[in-house]
Design a protein around this ligand. Structure first.
Ligand code: SAH
Length: 446
């Protein structure tokens, strides 16, 4: 019996899919990359923008002929397309889907496969507990011993109300995972060869705020820093308002916490930020970046930006442009505003920036950011950096610096899972090339 998982969207979905794969392997299924060969197909979906939702529908439609050919095929629709509030409308629309699962929950699929039906969500919860999936993640076979960098959810859901965002509606209220579950999972991953852990949450720096006696994110980093076998720790995504000095200090002090922060600004203009209900100003964000750089020297900072939010004027957009130009951040994930069903902005604010204008703004930021990145990365040229290598891609070993820059090295040795100092020989905006120190070309004097 075989399963196939198709995953779209954020790292949380990647982590969720891993849990589904793991649960299915508990039941005796094995992974296949050939969809036609699968007995169970899971589509783990994203709806953060219309384009993602369209993609998921496209995939779903392509599954229909498979189901007609093989009525025993089990199709599981999972993730943000389903959401946490029941899927009655979707069920009517998609009669060939057998099981609907909310984000982060393999339970309904497992109940369906073991009992032939999903009796209730409590039932699904029991199944999940039975499989001990809350505190121990046994990686799917194809990832065991090969997966070097793993994602561990620490906060599920989100209780913020950014006006553009559909995630709180689809992932439910914010719930932090108990520290014991997280540590057990990290230990179990370390025992399976994982070297790097990325802690995940929609607002990860709110970790622990709903658990009175537990640690906050800084405390959690300190605890995970002690786990043998784990060499590097990252976390994402942070919200500017919750990024406290204790967290900066933890990152600066802890040898395993990497100098790499993902903290979205979304827009550089104060009125747009207010319309988005982000809860901070441009000046607040500038101060935050300054403080991070002061407390964590050499830290790389990534941000997210939405262009073309309702009523965003050219002047307001130019504030975002100015922000990226002033702050010179290491990564900017750019998105064009997409109205999402049920969100405050889609109900109350007309989507009045044209598609062409959104694209123009997007391109302007993209071009500037590429230039900035090229310059930032050029500073690495000739430097020695420590790289954690993950896999070989087209004959070259791929790894990352502590600041999360992508590095490629040619080597016949097996570098998987090793942290090695390398000498940077070429840099571009998106990646670098390097040589192992021992491999540096020796100059022969004639
Ligand atoms: N919780 C995280 C990530 C949310 S989703 C955060 O608060 O930043 C990832 C990114 O998608 C967001 O940071 C935002 O830039 C983008 N995004 C979210 N909703 C969007 C929408 N309606 N249209 C366009 N981009 C959106």
């Amino acid at each position: 019996m075989k399963y196939h998982i198709w995953t779209e969207g954020c790292q949380m979905n990647v982590a969720d899919s891993q849990r589904v794969g793991s649960a299915l392997e508990h039941l005796g299924y094995s992974n296949t990359i050939t969809i036609e060969e699968a007995d169970v197909i899971v589509l783990n979906t994203c709806v953060v923008r219309q384009s993602a939702e369209d993609k998921a529908y496209g995939r779903l439609t392509s599954l229909r002929p498979l189901k007609i050919k093989n009525p025993n095929l089990v199709i599981n629709l999972m993730g943000c397309m389903v959401g946490v509030r029941g899927a009655e409308k979707l069920k009517a629309k998609l009669p060939f889907v057998d099981v609907f699962s909310p984000p982060s929950d393999p339970g309904p699929l497992i109940s369906f496969l073991t009992q032939g039906e999903v009796r209730s969500m409590e039932d699904a919860e029991t199944t999940r507990r039975f499989l001990a999936m809350d505190d121990e993640l046994i990686l799917p076979v194809h990832e065991r011993g090969t997966l070097i960098s793993a994602h561990v959810p620490v906060v599920y859901g989100c209780s913020h109300a950014c006006t553009y965002c559909i995630i709180p509606y689809r992932r439910g209220i914010e719930r932090s995972r108990p520290v014991g579950d997280i540590v057990a999972e990290v230990r179990s991953l370390a025992a399976q060869g994982v070297k790097e852990i990325t802690l995940l949450g929609q607002i990860v720096d709110r970790y622990g705020k709903d658990i009175p006696d537990g640690p906050n994110l800084a405390g959690l980093l300190r605890i995970i820093n002690e786990v043998d076998g784990i060499e590097r720790i990252r976390f994402l995504t942070s919200h500017p308002n919750y990024f406290g000095e204790d967290l900066m200090e933890a990152v600066a002090e802890l040898p395993k916490a990497m100098p790499h922060i993902e903290v979205p600004i979304q827009a550089g203009d104060d009125i747009v930020l207010e319309n988005m209900k982000r809860g901070y100003t441009q000046a607040d964000y500038y101060r935050l970046v300054e403080k991070i750089r002061e407390k964590i020297p050499g830290c790389s900072i990534a941000t997210d930006i939405i262009v073309g939010f309702p009523s965003e004027t050219e002047e307001q957009f130019m504030q975002t442009y100015k922000t990226l130009s002033d702050l010179r951040l290491d990564v900017a994930h750019l998105a064009r505003y997409s109205p999402r069903e049920g969100t405050v902005s889609s109900r109350r604010m007309p989507d009045d920036v044209s598609a062409e204008e959104k694209m123009r703004r997007f391109r302007l930021l993209e071009e500037m950011q590429e230039q900035i990145l090229g310059e930032i990365n050029a500073k690495y040229l000739g430097e020695t950096v420590e790289v954690l290598f993950e896999e070989k891609v087209k004959g070259r070993w791929k790894g990352r610096t502590p600041t999360n820059k992508l590095v490629f090295v040619e080597s016949e040795e097996n570098l998987r899972g090793k942290i090695i100092p390398v000498h940077v020989t070429w840099t571009g905006p998106w990646s670098m090339q390097a040589t192992l120190l021992t491999q540096q070309p020796v100059l022969v004097s004639l």
